[in-house]
Design a protein around this ligand. Structure first.
Ligand SMILES: Nc1nc2c(c(=O)[nH]1)N[C@H]1C(S)=C(S)[C@@H](COP(=O)(O)O)O[C@H]1N2
Ligand SMILES: [Mo]
Length: 256
């Protein structure tokens, strides 16, 4: 029996992923309102997560580009200026009083000012952001590796996920949040970015920091991150699906 060559499997996989993305072209909002989408996505998710994890090692890197490849226009999407008064007060003060809290199932809960994060060793990467609404854009991101921060706070053995809580509530007051597993959290390209294209991260793109988890789709790239928590289960957070869009039917493992 001939087993399929890796390249064939990869082509098959990318076909499956593209089919899923095409279905998603209509955009986050309209899709979340259709009944069939979540269940269909559920099956696709099983396929892609299994297939992708089988094909790519835990350490597989997302493609990196050069600064010359940067998009001239990088759209700001979703929330681009949270109305939350606490957030607006922080903007006014240039985030001088902002602190990133890291807690939950960790040995040493800690908080970091923006200045402290900027003093830590940093990583800069030029990558492509893919939104399920059907657009992509390339930018250079600079930030601190999430893995370095986790080494400071030391997740407890029972912790399985890292959750990111954002500043922006929607019309119903529901907050944007996201989550990743530990493979993704300690991946070398997983950073909390405070810089974009060599400048301070603009409000429209998630100031003061936003997650860059480069092997995953746009909605995983949480902007306006205020608090991080290590947890054992995602069940009790939001509707229990691991993220704001996941709670509305999108796949949690949003690999590209
Ligand atoms: N806090 C927060 N993070 C968010 C969103 C949002 O509305 N609020 N939108 C998500 C979506 S769908 C995308 S495509 C990207 C957009 O990032 P950008 O504004 O830098 O393009 O942020 C993601 N992270
Ligand atoms: Mo998106």
């Amino acid at each position: 029996m001939n087993s399929p060559k890796p390249i064939d499997r990869r082509r098959f996989l990318s076909g499956a992923v593209q089919a899923a993305s095409l279905l998603a072209l209509a955009g986050c909002d309209s899709l979340s309102q259709s009944d069939w989408f979540p269940s269909l996505m559920g099956n696709t998710e099983k396929l892609t997560k299994k297939a992708q994890r089988a094909l790519s090692s835990k350490r597989a890197m997302a493609r990196e580009y050069t600064e010359a490849d940067r998009s001239v226009v990088f759209p700001a999407n979703g929330n681009s200026n949270p109305e939350n008064p606490d957030y607006q007060a922080m903007v006014t003060k240039g985030f001088a009083d902002w602190r990133l809290e890291i807690g939950g199932l960790v040995e040493k809960p800690a908080s970091f000012s923006l200045a402290e994060l900027r003093q830590m060793s940093s990583r800069t990467q030029t990558t492509r952001h893919d939104c399920v609404e059907g657009w992509s854009a390339i930018a250079t991101w600079t930030g601190v590796k999430l893995g370095d921060l986790l080494e400071h706070v030391q997740p407890k053995p029972e912790a399985r996920f890292i959750v990111f809580y954002c500043a922006d509530p929607d019309e119903d007051g529901q907050k944007y949040y996201e989550s990743v597993d530990f493979d993704e959290a300690y991946h070398p390209q997983t950073i909390l970015a405070y810089g974009m294209n060599g400048q301070a991260l603009p409000v429209a793109h998630g100031a003061p920091i936003r997650l860059r988890v480069e092997r995953q789709l746009g909605y995983k790239q949480a902007k306006y991150v205020m608090k991080i928590e290590a947890v054992e289960s995602l069940d009790a957070i939001g509707d229990g699906k691991g993220g704001y869009w996941e709670d509305q039917g999108y796949e949690w493992y949003a690999g590209i």
